[in-house]
Design a protein around this ligand. Structure first.
Ligand code: MRU
Length: 366
């Protein structure tokens, strides 16, 4: 089920939440269909777990934190329509199924783990009378994941804005804004907060081939907030840096290893190398839910490979010969030594070393 409106010239201060829960513990999930932006603000209603899986797989909901939140609610959707005598089994199966939707963003697995702990806590001597309580517990946990992300994004913005000089030109890659999170974003939260604090800044937006999250989503979000923004093709970043227009780069992340190596949208690594070559600080903004301390380095981060069509037939037009061989990794890993600091809700990880990662993440939220 979907509803939509065409987007006109007007801008508003705040876009609607990309992930919404409608109703009580027997309600459903509503998402902004991010594939329709920037021309159409379209909502889709997910009433079963298959619809949630499809929305994640097809990037209708995307961005590491938003995927995690949507998946948590996906378990609630499954529980909501499960027969009372079978809620734990159906919810557990839904969690396992949703875990197969996309491999790289660790927030998906982090959120599903939290939901699975709630299910596990209820399986002893299950009886149908327990169904309303379990549905409520799952709904409460998904809501907590959602609310915590909102809080973390705002804290990231406060820490990150200290790194942005007044009058700076900054560059970002992909979309790490409100659409990709509960609200406000990670990388974009840094810019939004800097603007709220009265700093002037100009954001250069990589269009982010092949799916154009920068052009379609980041440019849209910045314009909604009246932040001066200039769209560039990914291949233009070096020239723009050489012209002295960029004083800092800030991107999001999908999974960060224990040593600080950070996976993000394909093309991020190239931007980090370029930043290093031009003496520009490269920052990663991410909540603690994006860290995977079970892996030592970025070499172990699974990189999603997506369909060749996204490159050869993007947005409805064939742009390569029939049958051409294509490689389409959706993410790359930026080594920690190219990252000047990781901006988390608990503070800055600077320098980016395994020791500092563990020190900052193990402290209470500031
Ligand atoms: O394939 P996508 O659009 O889900 O990739 C998203 C990114 O790479 C984002 O930069 C990342 O998830 C951080 S979102 C706060």
């Amino acid at each position: 089920m979907s509803s939509s409106k065409t987007i006109g010239e007007t801008t508003s201060a705040k876009a609607p939440d990309s992930v919404q829960w409608v109703g009580d513990s027997r309600g459903h999930l509503r998402l902004i269909d991010q594939t329709a932006l920037p021309t159409e603000l379209k909502f889709i209603d997910c009433h079963d777990v298959e619809a949630v899986w499809e929305a994640i797989k097809m990037l209708r909901v995307r961005g590491a934190p938003a995927i995690g939140i949507a998946a948590a609610y996906g378990v609630c959707v499954a529980a909501s329509i499960a027969p009372d005598d079978d809620v734990p089994r159906v919810a557990e199966a839904a969690a396992q199924y949703l875990a197969t939707s996309r491999p790289t963003a660790v927030n998906l697995f982090w959120a599903l783990d939290r939901m699975q702990k709630i299910i596990e806590g209820s399986t002893d001597s299950w009886s149908a009378e327990m169904a309303p309580a379990l549905r409520n517990d799952l709904h409460r946990e998904a809501g907590a994941i959602h609310d915590e992300d909102r809080t973390m994004c705002h804290a990231i913005g406060r820490f990150g804005s200290t790194l942005i000089p007044d009058g700076a030109g900054v560059l970002t890659h992909c979309n790490a804004g409100g659409l990709a999170t509960a609200e406000y974003g990670t990388a974009l939260s840094v810019f939004f907060t800097a603007q709220d604090e009265g700093k002037s800044l100009h954001v250069f937006v990589d269009e982010t081939r092949p799916l154009l999250q920068g052009a379609r989503l980041t440019a849209w979000e910045l314009m909604q907030r009246n932040i001066p923004a200039t769209l560039i093709c990914d291949s233009m970043a070096a020239q723009v840096m050489r012209e002295g227009r960029i004083q800092a780069v800030v991107t999001g992340a999908d999974r960060i290893a224990a040593n600080g190596d950070a996976a993000n949208k394909i093309g991020t690594y190239s931007v980090a190398v370029l930043a290093k070559a031009h003496g520009i600080p490269f920052y990663v903004a991410a909540p603690s839910s994006t860290f995977d301390l079970s892996i030592a380095t970025g070499n172990d981060i699974p990189i999603e490979e997506r369909s060749a069509d996204e490159i050869t037939n993007g947005f409805g037009r064939q742009t390569a010969p029939n049958g051409v061989e294509v490689y389409n990794p959706a993410f790359d890993v930026t080594p920690a030594d190219l990252i000047a600091a990781i901006i988390t809700e608990k503070g800055l990880i600077e320098p980016v070393t395994a020791n500092r990662v563990s020190q900052v993440l193990n402290q209470a939220q500031q």
